[in-house]
Design a binder for this molecule. Structure first.
Ligand code: TXA
Ligand code: MG
Length: 305
């Protein structure tokens, strides 16, 4: 198995690594190295208008990359290390290259909670950009095997960090224009508001978060959401007890939202391998973590509103 020092050597040599995190597996490169960052975009087939998240070992390194006002500091202190990405004004000193930021004057930063990610980031010292390690538009990898299947051919160092505990990408909050909740994740709106007060209106048009404009998280099979009982021939992602007699992938037998989040992408992938006529998904309540689950499901089903 690859070691932390192999991963750091790969980053320093301008090569790609897997960055195992608590949310999903990332495809990592040195944030300042535009040639390495270009390899990330091409390995994923990712459009260049969609900027990447810079991962750091601590808040001090983050403050070296970007300006953190009182609210940004309060959010970082409350939720880091953890599944919260903050979009803040970039310092413009080359530490996160233009390509990684899609030319924006802001930068997205997060400190992940996975011990191996933190070890790699501490040993490397600088920012590591890491989008989810899937090919663009596909479900994010939450198991080592899935990451290998998606982009394993492009990495010089592949660390197995086990199954991702959360299973959904980080919450993205922007502080560029008030405080806006750009992408739902394990840190809920209510948790953000408890720290810094009310959020601004939603970003319905996606213009503040370029990645939100594209079809995402989609398996090969068509996905239909909010299905109580599927027709024969479908694969079914259930949430709680079901009478369906075809192939069932249980998101959570006890209807627990955290368990469902951790099972979501791997269930989509495993269901897809059966080549069903359709993947149907049970209704999932829209509260708390359910907002993030429903966001990913709507996008997987082709709804990009
Ligand atoms: O949990 C995660 O965040 C994972 C793990 C690997 O850390 N990473 C991840 O990265 O989900 P990615 O690239 O798949 O998603 C990054 C999101 C995209 O929606 C992108 O548009 C948004 O963050 N983003 C990045 N920089 C931004 C910026 N400057 N302004 C607004 N949105 C930004
Ligand atoms: Mg992604």
């Amino acid at each position: 198995m690859t070691s932390v020092s192999d991963a750091v050597a790969a980053l320093n040599a301008g090569n790609l690594i897997f960055l195992p995190t608590e949310t999903v597996y990332g495809l990592g490169a040195s944030a300042s190295d535009s040639v390495a960052v270009a390899k990330v975009f091409s390995a994923k087939g990712r459009p260049h208008f969609n900027p990447l998240i810079a991962h750091v070992a601590d808040l001090a390194i983050a403050e070296g990359l970007a300006h953190f006002d009182d609210r940004a500091c309060a959010l970082a202190k409350a939720f880091w290390p953890g599944p919260l990405t903050l979009v803040v004004p970039y310092r413009n000193d080359g530490q996160v290259c233009d390509l990684a930021r899609a030319g924006l004057d802001s930068v997205a930063i997060r400190m992940p909670a996975h011990p191996l990610a933190l070890e790699i980031l501490r040993a490397f010292g600088g920012g590591v950009v890491a989008p989810s390690a899937n090919r663009s538009g596909r479900p994010s990898p939450t198991r080592f095997y899935d990451a290998v299947e998606e982009t394993g051919a492009y990495v010089a160092a592949a660390i197995d960090g086990g199954d991702c505990q959360i299973g959904l990408e980080s919450t993205v909050v922007s502080l560029m224009d008030g405080v806006r909740y750009l992408r739902a994740g394990a840190v809920t709106r209510q948790q953000i508001e408890a720290v810094i007060g009310p959020l601004e209106g939603d970003d319905h048009d996606g213009h503040r978060s370029p990645g939100r404009l594209t079809l995402h998280y989609a398996p090969e099979a068509k996905v239909e959401i909010n299905v109580a009982l599927p027709e024969p021939g479908c694969a079914y992602l259930a949430f709680g007890p079901t009478n369906y007699t075809g192939p069932v992938f249980q998101l959570s037998a006890s209807s627990d939202l955290s368990e469902a989040a951790s099972n979501l992408f791997k269930s989509l992938r495993d269901a897809d391998k059966l080549k069903p006529s359709k993947i149907c998904v049970a209704p999932v309540p829209d509260e708390g973590l359910g907002e993030a689950i429903n966001d990913r499901l709507k996008r997987a089903s082709g709804f990009i509103g």
